[in-house]
Design a protein around this ligand. Structure first.
Ligand SMILES: *Cc1c(COP(=O)(O)O)cnc(C)c1O
Length: 523
């Protein structure tokens, strides 16, 4: 225990476990308890004082509301406090390391935000005459050039608004190509490795294909025997959807052979490029024989995501698919930029339109700001540091925890639950991390590893922060190994303890209803 100069303790009293301290208010430390806005607000209260309008007759007629809406009213300070308190209950990348594997929760540089808020980018409207938004169209074109250069691909569709949307775009382009070949009726099978991100099989089905799962081998990569067996009768093969680096955090070492074989079979190669952060500047997907790949700007190019903002999933396309890219797309003619909006003329081969406009302008602006501020060498170093950081985490923890596969990893470190004592699960370890101040890692994914714990630190964490995280997780892992039953109760310090996550996902309660007596009083 540390003492101040008056001899009073400055650290918590070790004799009293923090989890046992109860408060009258339900608040903890300086974290205020917060009720729902419907519970704190009342219909009679408002934050503004407006005069009643005089002499205006309602023009709503029969659609006039018969009962008040019962929206809760709050004063301005009450409103401020409600939302600031809620925001303090949220974990965010600006608060600490966010180890969610497959999500690339890296720092979002503030420079990106500054640029995205410049009036020339932020205050324009997609329906404005194109002559008045030449700068914005030039930005989209420049970003497209960077993406094509980084991936070594000839074309890119900019409008997809998320990774999964980019997959949809790529698979629709493949569909369109099969229609052009007159083979859409026969080529209906898409191969998807067992370690695929869940969005891959979902996309294939959404685009009308059948999914055929390829087994993983003992190295966590595509099982080439199984893959070749699936190609024996290849007349119905539409293509393969492969993630690289895959969701085990590993580079698919046979990727070039996979590309050759799928092309020989008459299929296309879709690569899920959401994990591009691990290889940008080092490997060009175009050199690997890929036909279509989405890039998550909100992961690799640091635009806020995960409740913090919309995504953007531009999809690069090979020569075989380039003509089928969706409208609208930007073209340049003698220094004048314009959008091709119609599926005729220049857009004749397009598979159609994915969304109302050209894509996610704010994300484009942030991503280009990130690229220009890093430069080609900086992007390459970001990828190298992401891989270095993940390997540091793996190296520090593998003597306590069980690494899922031998050897170095790429941008994320994957552990199985083999090291835990009987009765202690991955879930218990994740919950205990909350008490240590960390958002849990991705758990029980990928499915090919038992009790998987997938940790992606990203390049933006310092060694000191990685050490702090590894100290915390390592200590929890030791307790899990020793069979410490107290882990089953974690988290002890969070405002809420163990919630029923299955019920919350399957039967979410999205509507507040007043308790009975109140309802009767109100009526
Ligand atoms: C994040 C991710 C996706 C999905 O991206 P969204 O933007 O969430 O739709 C797809 N595949 C992989 C491998 C991912 O990591």
């Amino acid at each position: 225990m540390t003492m101040n100069s008056q001899g009073r303790s400055t650290t918590p009293d070790e004799a009293i476990p923090m989890s046992e301290i109860q408060t009258v208010s339900g608040s903890r430390g300086l974290q205020q308890r917060e009720d729902l806005i419907f519970e704190t607000g009342s219909t009679g209260k408002t934050g503004v004082d407006l005069p009643n309008p005089k002499g205006t007759k309602s023009r709503l007629g029969s659609v006039t509301r018969k009962r008040p809406t019962d929206l809760p009213g709050l004063s301005e300070p009450e409103t401020m406090r409600h939302y600031v308190r809620l925001s303090q209950k949220n974990y965010a990348i600006d608060l600490g390391l966010f180890p969610l594997g497959s999500c690339t929760m890296k720092h979002n540089p503030r420079l990106n935000e500054k640029v995205a808020r410049m009036p020339g980018f932020a205050d324009i409207h997609p329906l404005q005459p194109q002559a008045t938004v030449q700068g914005a169209l030039e930005l989209i074109d420049q970003l497209a050039t960077w993406l094509k250069t980084l991936t070594g691909m000839p074309a890119v569709a900019m409008s997809p608004k998320a990774g999964a949307h980019g997959e949809f775009c790529g698979m629709m382009a493949i569909r369109r190509a099969l229609i052009a070949r007159g083979e859409i009726e026969t080529r209906t099978r898409v191969l998807v490795p067992a370690s695929a991100h869940g969005t891959n099989p979902a996309t294939a089905v959404q685009c009308g294909f059948k999914v055929d799962e390829i087994k993983a081998d003992e190295r966590g990569r595509v099982n080439m025997e199984d893959f070749k067996a699936k190609l024996e009768d290849s007349s119905d093969i539409a293509g393969i959807m492969l993630t690289n680096p895959n969701t085990c955090g590993l580079f698919e070492t046979d990727i070039m052979e996979i590309a050759d074989l799928i092309h020989e079979a008459g299929g296309y190669f879709y690569c899920d490029g959401a994990n591009f952060n691990a290889i940008m500047g080092r490997v060009r997907p175009g050199d690997l024989g890929i036909d279509a790949m989405h890039i998550n700007l909100h992961k690799t190019f640091s635009t806020p995501h995960g409740g913090g903002g919309p995504g953007a999933g531009p999809t690069v396309l090979s020569d075989a698919l380039a003509d089928y890219a969706p409208v609208p797309f930007v073209v340049k003619d003698e220094d004048i930029y314009s959008l091709v909006e119609e599926t005729e003329g220049e857009g004749e081969e397009a598979f159609g339109r994915l969304c109302a406009f050209h894509g996610q302008m704010g994300m484009f602006t942030r991503a280009l700001a990130y690229m220009l501020s890093h430069g080609a060498d900086g992007l390459k170093q970001a990828a190298e540091d992401a891989v270095l950081n993940a390997n540091y985490v793996q190296a520090r923890l593998k003597s306590t925890m069980t690494a899922a596969f031998d050897g170095y990893c790429m941008h994320e470190a994957l552990f199985s639950d083999a090291f835990t004592a009987e009765g202690i699960d991955t879930l218990d370890i994740s919950k205990a991390l909350i008490d240590e101040g960390y958002h849990p890692m991705t758990m029980y994914f990928p499915l090919v590893v038992h009790g998987a714990m997938l940790i992606e630190p990203t390049e933006t964490e310092s060694k000191a922060e990685l050490d702090r995280f590894c100290d915390a997780l390592g200590a929890i892992a030791e307790r899990a190994k020793a069979g410490d039953e107290s882990l089953k109760g974690a988290p002890y310090l969070a405002p809420m303890r163990r919630l029923d996550e299955t019920q919350a996902a399957r039967k979410p309660v999205l509507r507040w209803t007043p308790p009975e007596p109140d309802r009767m009083a109100a009526e």
